[in-house]
Design a protein around this ligand. Structure first.
Ligand code: PMP
Length: 409
């Protein structure tokens, strides 16, 4: 097939595809929480595509907004030009935070560029305010912040990033907050973290209260706090943004993935007025960073339509029931299979960790029972659209259970 002959898929050993060990399913159509392949098979999307499709697939309101925008203003440069939807979206994003905190929105294309922009803004703002000493970043072991060079140098997942780390920013890695005691904060520009839960680190939640303590430390030491809410943003953990659960407001907030409801690429880096002010003062202080599709109108239209659905569907009123239903279903699954080492959950994000060697097998076999999801090492990720019903949760858990029975027999 052309896929086998010409396509290069990420995060997958290429030879496996060639050997026919993993035949990529060809997904042709989607609706709600369901994906349909070229053979007409139907699968529940247990991974929300790639943690993107907040309201499920092909939601008519978002589809319409995209179509209307494509016919009205498809694209326009954001260099010295604006358009009404970007202004409206920026206003809506900052409105989630207390007045006088995050007030500036810098648009880009994806999670990696949203983080990359925050890192460069932090560093450049130091150079422009007489704080040249502060050039080091702090990040956490096993963190994932994206694949651009700057973001990769703060990536703690060594199997992905060890080749590139030395080419990026100077970074000190921490395994926990306790390690802050060995850090000289006067040379640190920013600390970067995935709030509440690390995603690519097999869905590992942080201890409760950790984020608030990190905020305190950063404030006390004049260090910027950069929150990477690329995965956790837009309702994933039960609130619009994860940081709201610990009443933390960062200096930078990076969002992408779910911002458009999983339709077209868009990302945003929110920053405080204090940071923005370091970039005033003419060409010398400008932020020379941007992409062709920065603030693209179709992305903004999709994002605005997606935000409206949160209201219309009463997403936050309905989530608690789904989250506790999922917790109960996972506990039952755990009691059935002794090969499950640990279940981790934060909102509608779950990781089911199996004994070594089982994660991929069980994940692939679950396709035969109508569930597509993803394993990270031996942890099966279950992160469905927020629109999932309890009956659909039952369907997904049953698919995992059947796959386990097959693989463990
Ligand atoms: N940060 C986090 C926490 C992520 O989970 C991801 C993507 N998995 C990224 C950044 C990078 O986002 P993107 O793939 O859109 O570049």
């Amino acid at each position: 097939s052309a896929d086998k002959a010409h396509c290069w898929h990420p995060f997958t050993p290429q030879e496996r595809w060639c050997a026919g060990e993993h035949i990529p399913l060809m997904i042709e159509r989607a609706e709600g929480v369901w994906l349909y392949d070229s053979n007409g098979n139907k699968y529940l999307d247990g991974n929300s595509s790639i943690w993107t499709n907040i309201h499920g697939h092909c939601r008519p309101e978002i589809v319409e907004a995209i179509a209307k925008q494509a016919a009205t203003l498809d694209h326009s440069s954001y260099l010295g030009l604006g358009h009404p939807l970007a202004s409206e979206l920026a206003e809506k994003l900052v409105a989630f935070f207390p007045e006088g905190t995050l007030s500036r929105v810098f648009f880009s294309d994806n999670g990696s560029t949203a983080v990359e922009a925050a890192l460069k803004m932090s560093l450049q703002s130091r150079l422009q305010t007489g704080q040249e000493m502060r050039r080091q970043f702090l990040a956490f072991d096993n963190a994932y912040h994206g694949d651009t060079l700057g973001a990769a140098s703060l990536g703690g997942v060594n199997r992905f990033f060890s080749r590139f780390k030395s080419l990026g920013f100077e970074t000190n890695f921490l395994s926990s907050l306790e390690e802050l005691s060995r850090i000289d904060p006067t040379v640190v520009t920013a600390v970067v973290i995935e709030p509440l839960i690390q995603g690519v680190n097999e869905m590992r939640p942080w201890p409760e209260g950790m984020l608030a303590r990190l905020r305190e430390w950063a404030t006390a030491n004049g260090v910027h706090l950069i929150l990477d809410e690329v995965m956790t943003g837009f309702g994933r953990t039960g609130t619009m943004f994860a940081c709201q659960q610990e009443k933390v407001v960062p200096d930078f907030l990076c969002v992408a993935k779910g911002i458009t409801g999983g339709t077209v690429p868009l990302a945003a880096t929110l920053a405080t007025e204090e940071i923005y002010s370091a970039f005033l003062g003419g060409a010398e202080n400008a932020f020379y960073y941007g992409h062709s599709y920065t603030a693209n109108p179709i992305g903004c239209a999709a994002a605005l339509a997606s935000l409206e659905i949160f209201e219309k569907d009463q997403v936050f009123a309905r989530l608690p029931e789904k989250i506790s239903y999922l917790a109960k279903s996972l506990a039952k699954l755990e009691s059935e299979f002794s090969q499950i080492k640990e279940i981790r959950q934060c909102g509608l994000v779950a990781g089911i960790e199996f004994e070594k060697g089982l994660g991929e097998k069980i994940t692939l076999k679950a396709r035969d029972h109508g569930l597509i999801t993803r394993n990270i090492l031996d942890t099966i990720v279950f992160m469905p659209p927020l629109a999932i019903t309890t009956a659909e949760i039952d369907f997904a858990i049953e698919a995992i259970s059947r796959s386990c029975r097959f693989c463990l027999a």
